[in-house]
Design a protein around this ligand. Structure first.
Ligand code: 4NP
Length: 158
């Protein structure tokens, strides 16, 4: 019998900067480990302001320089996501509060965690919103996401 896939949803406010980057970094790392088939991976946003749009061009170009191709379109998180996904991973404390406010029961609350809580040294408290800042903010987001993702994969697999 085939093993059940682990379903992971990355969430940020707009789903055009942080969570699409988290999704693509996660996908590349599981591909490098040869474990792509173990996961279903997606990303979504909390505000829906950019519904249907490609990821932010600044994030796409910063990610591309590190070898990540972001091709996702923004979508707003839905009620069905809380039922379907096993792990719902937010980027900052505000994301986590909003996500918790959208849950229906304890089982759904237990699916939620903050990306940086998977950091090996807990060096970061959040993945900060880069939208209104400069290039450094986008590089910082990618640094944090790359650092957290390996231990996130280890945590999800164990
Ligand atoms: P993200 O960044 O949450 O990392 O995708 C943002 C992008 C757009 C907006 C907010 C955050 N916005 O409100 O337009």
């Amino acid at each position: 019998m085939e093993n059940k896939k682990i379903k992971v949803l990355f969430v940020c406010l707009g789903n055009i900067c942080r969570s699409p980057a988290a999704e693509v970094i996660f996908l590349k790392k599981i591909a490098n480990r040869g474990i792509t088939d173990k996961f279903i991976v997606d990303s979504a946003g909390l505000n829906g302001y950019h519904n249907g749009e490609p990821a932010d061009s600044r994030m796409r170009s910063h990610a591309k320089r590190r070898g990540y191709e972001i091709n996702s379109r923004s979508r707003k998180i839905s009620r069905a996501d809380f039922e379907f996904f096993d792990h719902i991973i937010g980027m900052d404390n505000s994301n986590i509060s909003i996500l918790k406010s959208l849950t229906c029961n304890n089982e759904e609350i237990c699916k939620i965690s903050k990306m940086t809580d998977h950091s090996p040294n807990n060096q970061y408290d959040s993945v900060p919103d880069p939208y209104y800042g400069g290039s450094d903010g986008f590089e910082n987001v990618l640094d944090i996401l790359e650092e957290c993702t390996d231990s996130l994969i280890n945590n999800l697999e164990s």
